[in-house]
Design a protein around this ligand. Structure first.
Ligand SMILES: *Cc1c(COP(=O)(O)O)cnc(C)c1O
Length: 385
């Protein structure tokens, strides 16, 4: 009944943990979920007000334009100029997306033919790999290892693979490792893409979620980046808008035109009222971001201190709302996640769920109240490990 391409998708790794979690909840255990990456705080009030006003204007009710409202794309360009000093032409260097996941999943359809290779990190957000498989391409894994600061080693990719590769996906600040990249790494990626005719897709969903004074760059700040690639961005994490489905891609106009052509044949754009609320987010007061950073940083520090007490040493991440922690010796990531759930009622994500090189790690999400994180730390400290 199902198409072959469904067979390419891996079986659902978290089924066992999900089942254990439902059992615990049924037993009346107060499970603390540190497994998800979805902001717990509400969307800021001024953005909600903007949506409410926009939705009452019936001109927003009709089909939106495919590429997004020009006023939304202009706000994106202004936001990029202010944050990163990157100058974008809103006409052809900005494309509105129904969340960045949508664009990431669709972009290989425009550039990858059967047999073409894409270079994808491992561990990683699974969509880079899935999008490639859906397009009939072959993902080639670039291991992200602790000894390289979780940056891929481009020199290790064989000549043959590089020759058949069309695209490379990167993501810094990184989910799940919370690693960051410096401009030197981005320059290396630009040169590599230039030399080998690759399209670079950089996922910058976490650029605003930074701590200790760190400021994450845009890939497009790198000289030559605009010639080889695009950057995906999202309002989801920055403005607590995951449910609203609003993101965008910026950068090389030919690459965006390819993605846009796919999209005109699949979807019909983002509800105009949501784009108008998005303009309020991008142009409005940005102190919500400052508060968000302080909130996550405090949670991060509580969790890191708790792990330290358990004998697990993790460097405080400079970005993202994840803590990527090694598992104690004697466990693999699935076993340790099961133990935390079974004995402490704490849900975490086993690293293996992000790819084979995620083995040996678990990912804690910081999108839960400080009280619950303190409670989780307390419960975990009572474990015999
Ligand atoms: C959350 C996330 C996204 C994006 O989400 P959307 O809600 O679809 O914009 C993209 N990339 C990574 C790595 C993420 O963690």
């Amino acid at each position: 009944m199902y198409a072959n391409r469904l067979g390419c998708l891996p079986s659902y790794l978290f089924a066992k943990l999900d089942q254990l979690k439902s059992e615990k909840i049924k037993q009346g255990i107060d499970v603390i979920d540190l497994g998800i990456g979805d902001p717990d705080q509400p969307t800021p009030e001024h953005i909600i007000r903007s949506l409410c006003d926009a939705v009452k204007d019936s001109s927003t009710h009709r089909y939106p334009s495919y590429e997004g409202m020009i006023s939304f794309r202009e706000s994106v360009a202004q936001w990029y100029a202010d944050k990163f000093g990157v100058i974008l032409d809103p006409e052809n260097q900005v494309l509105t997306l129904i969340g960045s996941k949508e664009g990431i999943a669709h972009v290989p359809l425009a550039f990858v033919d059967t047999g073409d290779v894409t270079l994808v990190p491992d561990p990683a957000y699974p969509v880079y790999r899935m999008g490639t498989l859906m397009a009939g391409g072959t993902p080639h894994i670039m291991p992200l290892l602790a000894e390289n600061g979780f940056l891929p080693d481009l020199d290790l990719i064989s000549r043959d693979i590089v020759r058949s590769a069309k695209m490379i996906f990167i993501n810094y600040p990184n989910n799940p490792t919370s690693a960051i990249a410096d401009k030197k790494f981005f320059k290396k990626v630009v040169d590599f893409a230039c030399d080998n005719g690759l399209i670079v897709c950089h996922d910058n969903a976490y650029s605003e979620m930074t701590y200790d004074g760190y400021k994450a760059p845009s890939f497009l700040e790198t000289k030559g980046a605009m010639e080889v690639g695009i950057e995906f961005h999202s309002l989801s994490k920055t403005y607590n808008m995951t449910g609203w489905r609003l993101g965008f891609a910026v950068g090389n106009s030919d690459v965006l035109a390819g993605l846009g052509k796919i999209k005109t044949n699949i979807d019909s754009g983002v509800f105009r009222a949501v784009q108008i609320a998005g303009i309020s987010a991008l142009k409005g007061p940005q102190d919500c971001i400052t508060r968000m950073r302080a909130t996550y940083q405090e949670r991060r520090d509580v969790l890191i201190a708790g792990l330290e007490n358990m004998g697990i040493s993790v460097k405080p991440p400079k970005a993202t709302f994840y803590v990527w922690s090694p598992v104690p010796s004697g466990f693999n990531s699935m076993e340790f996640s099961s133990l935390l759930l079974d004995k402490a009622g704490v849900v975490v994500t086993p690293g293996i769920g992000f790819g084979e090189h995620g083995e040996g790690y678990i990912r804690f999400g910081l999108t839960t109240s400080i009280e619950k994180i303190k409670d989780a730390v307390e419960r975990m400290s009572n474990l015999e490990i």
